[in-house]
Design a protein around this ligand. Structure first.
Ligand code: GDP
Length: 196
């Protein structure tokens, strides 16, 4: 549960500057999204938590000296749920670490970014993630990826559906639709997250 604490230099990770935390079921395109958002930032992956199974990746997103200081320091790639090979025990371990990171580490989390797959919509794993963010009092940015797979009609159906499904979660600050593949909508997210 305290693996994160023993990464050398990790205190700095938790005590200085703001975090953007990214969560998503496996295969929703979380890695592709992070790459698309950071492509101009020459982001250095600063540390990996030890342990073979549960990994938090921290990307240094400190603005360059020439840029306005947004206060952001780390983009945090949270471990993904949903691999078939992961059993109940693993999921519980993951959940405990997420709860620790969201509530007990001293991380100043600006947004909890929940990445969804436009084809799959909101799943039970996503609802649990929304509950965790709500319990931690964090604003959630819902990032709906892979819109290139939908035609206009299906996209508008999904938008209506998500509007209704997300109604019980007042922690949701915005819902953004984009494609990490075609980059449609990616700039709007960069602007919102001050990753320009
Ligand atoms: P992760 O497991 O959530 O990190 O997902 P990845 O970034 O590895 O992507 C999973 C799969 O989805 C890969 O085959 C990607 O090429 C594909 N993918 C990611 N983003 C998009 C997108 O916007 N559109 C489409 N069509 N495929 C995507």
């Amino acid at each position: 549960m305290f693996d994160l604490k023993i990464v050398s230099g990790s205190d700095e990770i938790f005590n200085q500057g703001k975090h953007l935390a990214f969560f998503g079921r496996s295969n929703v395109g979380k890695s592709s999204t992070i790459n698309a958002l950071l492509n101009n930032k020459a982001a250095a992956k600063t540390s990996k938590t030890p342990g073979k199974t549960v990994t938090f990746n921290f990307f240094d997103i400190t603005p360059k000296e020439s840029e306005a200081d947004s206060g952001l320091r780390y983009l945090v790639d949270l471990p993904g749920y949903g691999y078939a090979r992961h059993g109940e025990k693993f999921r519980e371990k993951l959940r405990r670490r997420l709860i620790w990171y969201l509530n007990e580490s001293e991380a100043d989390i600006e947004f909890f970014c929940l990445v969804l797959d436009a084809k799959a919509g909101l799943t039970d794993i996503d609802r649990s993630a929304l509950d965790l963010a709500e319990q931690a009092g964090l604003p959630v940015l819902v990032l709906v990826n892979k819109v290139d797979k939908l035609n206009q009609k299906d996209l508008s159906t999904l938008q209506k559906e998500l509007k209704r499904e997300l109604l019980p979660y007042p922690v949701v600050y915005r819902v953004m639709y984009y494609s990490a593949k075609t980059k449609k909508g990616v700039n709007e997210i960069k602007q919102l997250l001050q990753l320009g």
